[in-house]
Design a protein around this ligand. Structure first.
Ligand code: AHG
Ligand code: MN
Ligand code: MN
Length: 350
């Protein structure tokens, strides 16, 4: 090899090593600042907020990874939450983790969760931290005791007004008010996916570093995918239009079903590989099961930012204005073409 060729080869090797190292240094908090291209107080806040959410994710992941080895971690508490659902010990643990990481943070004044009837106030943070965290501490609770994938969903809003009576009325606003949203997926590895309105980015927890390291930037959802993800056990409770859509996928080549019981994992699959996730309403419960502020709006923000869509069947999820904190909505979310197909069955019957 000539000297020139040798030096070229060396510089390519150096550049590759540098890129690799730079990528390893792209932690979540650094990424947020890079995205915002400023060190303004708001950018610092967002970076710190994401860092705390990441800490909550790490604590929950650690707890889950040892759950089967400890006493009193798995199973039900015997209580029922405000949603009328049986509460698992893991729901309570994860709910408390988010509260604990935001205490004394000076960042978050209120936390509103699927598991709490009313928001949790941290008055000492209020003069400085005018943010509210909305979250689903454990998504896919039915997977908890059998070591299958779970998630946490989060969303951040700026507090509007003083909320002196503690009614949190300012939260009854559309999903367009979210300034950040995303989820943590506890699977074979722990991943964090987030958006601050500048695309969707994924991070993987490197347990040896204890850091979420950038995995993929600016994720774009395919415009169509083979997967439809829905609990077909509800077939006879759905409206005829949804049943017709399911009959359509059954007789059309190229579709395949996937349903894990945790929508964070099902929607993560759809984000990466395309397709559609549905949790429609039923004739008895037209509003469906999923909660707008903690589940459907944050995931809709992520999927829209990745170029996909999320709708109730009649209205974009991000435009829905809730009447109450724990409001539910039907959800059809995923690739643009696949969401449009379901929509067309709901609106035109075919
Ligand atoms: P959660 O565990 O927070 O109550 O949410 C579970 C949600 C969602 O993750 C999942 O897709 C769906 O409920 C499963 O419900 P079904 O058992 O009715 O299919
Ligand atoms: Mn959930
Ligand atoms: Mn939950």
């Amino acid at each position: 090899m000539t000297k020139a060729a040798e030096s070229l080869e060396q510089s390519i090797k150096d550049a590759t090593a540098e890129r690799g190292l730079d990528r390893d240094c792209t932690t979540l908090s650094r990424h947020v600042l890079q995205q915002l291209q400023t060190f303004s107080p708001q950018a610092q806040d967002l970076s710190a907020l994401m860092n705390r959410i990441a800490l909550a994710g790490k604590l929950i992941a650690r707890h889950l990874s040892r759950a089967g080895l400890m006493e009193g971690v798995l199973g039900f508490t015997g209580e029922t939450n405000v949603q009328g659902e049986s509460v698992k010990k893991m729901d309570v643990y994860a709910n408390d983790v988010f509260i604990a990481v935001f205490k004394q943070s000076g960042l978050v004044c209120r936390l509103a969760s699927e598991e709490m009837e009313n928001p949790y106030y941290i008055p000492e943070n209020c003069p400085i931290g005018r943010y509210t965290l909305l979250y689903d501490p454990i998504d896919g609770s039915s997977n908890t005791d059998i070591n299958l994938s779970l998630g946490s969903i989060f969303s951040i809003r700026q507090q509007e007004g003083e909320d002196l009576d503690g009614s949190a009325k300012d939260l009854l606003a559309s999903g367009r008010k979210q300034i950040a949203a995303g989820y943590i997926l506890y699977g074979p590895s722990t991943m964090l996916v987030y958006t601050i309105g500048r695309g969707v980015h994924s991070f993987t927890l490197d347990p040896s570093l204890g850091e979420f390291i950038l995995t993929e930037e600016n994720i774009q959802i395919p415009s169509h995918g083979p997967v439809y993800s829905v609990n077909e056990g509800n077939f006879w409770q759905w409206d005829e239009s949804i049943r017709e859509y399911i009959r359509y996928v059954h007789r059309t080549e190229g579709y395949t079903a996937r349903y894990s019981g945790a929508m964070v994992s099902d929607i993560h699959r759809v984000l990466i590989q395309g397709g559609v996730f549905l949790y429609p309403g039923t004739v008895q419960k037209p509003e469906g099961k999923l909660r707008l502020l903690y589940e459907t709006a944050p995931l809709a923000y992520v999927i829209e930012q990745a170029g996909g869509r999320a709708t109730t069947g009649h209205e974009n999820i991000l435009d829905v204005i809730p009447k109450k904190l724990h409001q539910r909505t039907p959800l059809i979310i995923g690739s643009r073409e696949d969401v449009a197909k379901v929509e067309s069955f709901i609106q035109n019957g075919h």
